[in-house]
Design a protein around this ligand. Sequence first.
Ligand code: ADP
Ligand code: MG
Length: 571
Amino acid sequence: MGEVKEFLLQFLIASLPAFLFPLTNTMRLRRSFNDEAASADSIYRITLGFTLTCALSMILCSLFSPRLWGTLHLDFAILPLFALMLYSRMAEGVFLASLHLLLYPVLAVNPTFSGFILDTGLLLYPLVLFFSKSFYRSDRKGKVAILSLFFLIGELMIISSPYLMGTAKKETGLSLLAIAVLNIIFTIFISTLFVCMIEHTYEKEKLRMQVMQLSRNYFREAEKLQQMMDAAPLSIILLDRQGDIMTINETFIQLFRKFKPQARKEELIRSRLAPVMADLGFEVLIERAGQSLEEHIKTRELLQSGDKAYFTSTSPIKKGHTDETIGAVVIIQDITELETFRKELNHVERLSLVGQMAAGITHEIRNPMAVVRGFLQLMQEKSPPTLDNYYRIVMEELDRANSIINDFLSLAQNRSVRMELCSLHDIIRELTPLLWADANLRGQSIEVRLDDELPNLLLNQKEIKQLILNLGRNGMEAMGEKGELTIETRKRVDGVELSVKDQGPGIPAAERERLFEPFFTTKSQGTGLGLALCLSIVERHSGKISVQSEEGKGTMFTVFFPCPENVESWM
Ligand code: ADP
Ligand code: MG
């Protein structure tokens, strides 16, 4: 009976790490769950807790190891030792094995050298370490088989050591057999217990880890989806089967707040669609959403609310690939801007048609006007000189009308013109005498500053002359006597800048915005077409025109021409 007790005690102590394993391992896993980088594989790492419990169990086994019938040595210490050697990395295995060997002289009853070799299972260590890799790869049964085999061989070595060393008492022959059989049964049982406990814990934790990772991924995806919905410039509402709001996006909240500034997302979710849509004045959408839910159809509708226009659509949401409708999505798009744009485009199209017609008519007016002017000249010659003054006024007005027509025609004929590579300076030099003469008449002066390193540009000479003349004349008209007009060119990295600066009174900010509008003028004799023409010329040259003006100091118009290689090839 005493022998059985000893057996049980050894069995219990040896199986201690197996029972404690789930506890020591779970504590570590709890920590790794919070660690984002932890992967399902990392749970296979043996913990310090397991190493320590194995060490403890090994020491206790050796400490309480009995001599059955005064001869047979019963010591299960090698079980936790082998289990750790097989399950853990080399370092832990070698550590525990060394500990076992070191403690032998301390714990053994009669330590001898052959006892040291046989009772510690020393001969098996290299084999166990060698097999740890294939152990790691085998399934449960394989693991049980490997652990049992090593344990059994070790135990048999320990039991048979007194016989091998000749210290056994004769009468224990039969008991030896019984012990051997018992040993085999216990060995298989205890090895199975070890492997099962450890593997079960691993599998459970691995599963839990996978679930955690899955739910983490799920939440991340859901978050991404919500962010995507929020970023969309459409109001999106998801409904469940009953027509209750499940999800809404940020754009919808913004839209709803225009009608109910205090609205909160939490209040809108889970409420019914009908009152929410009624607040927005989109009652018709309640019906459409109902159609999507009940009749499984998609609907589209243009809605007007106040001065805003909305494009709305409702679609059913199907369950997987089945025909079962599990909800609906309502999308509201604010298309007010688009609508305005469309209307403006229509307007512009109509305007350009009117412009084309006007250009046609204006062109036709020029001919009769030329005839009228010719006859006027004839009549002037035949009339008394007292009427000369009237003739002069009539002809001046005719000339003015003609110049308006010319400006208008150049503006209206937005045709593409022929560009050639030429020097901007040549054009300016050609124009300078004309500008000088004009300035002289007004008592003003002109200063021309040209940058020597100016590259040639793709220009239409006639148009650039017109541009410089218009800007120059405006400047001169703005200045009083003694004013100075400065024409300057500058090389820039990607093009050339031409500026025309005057010392006039400047342009008030309110007028500055309208400068380039056709027919905008502040002059009684002005046409308001000069700058509009300049803008269209600059645009045809792929350039930019800007104005800087300070009231009381003067105005500077700056035109930028891109380098020829940056000008689009169709020009
Ligand atoms: P117009 O010269 O026939 O009035 P423009 O299109 O050339 O037509 O110019 C439009 C208006 O811009 C002018 O009436 C004037 O008020 C303003 N403007 C243009 N250039 C200058 C300038 N250099 N200084 C002050 N005002 C200017
Ligand atoms: Mg002008």
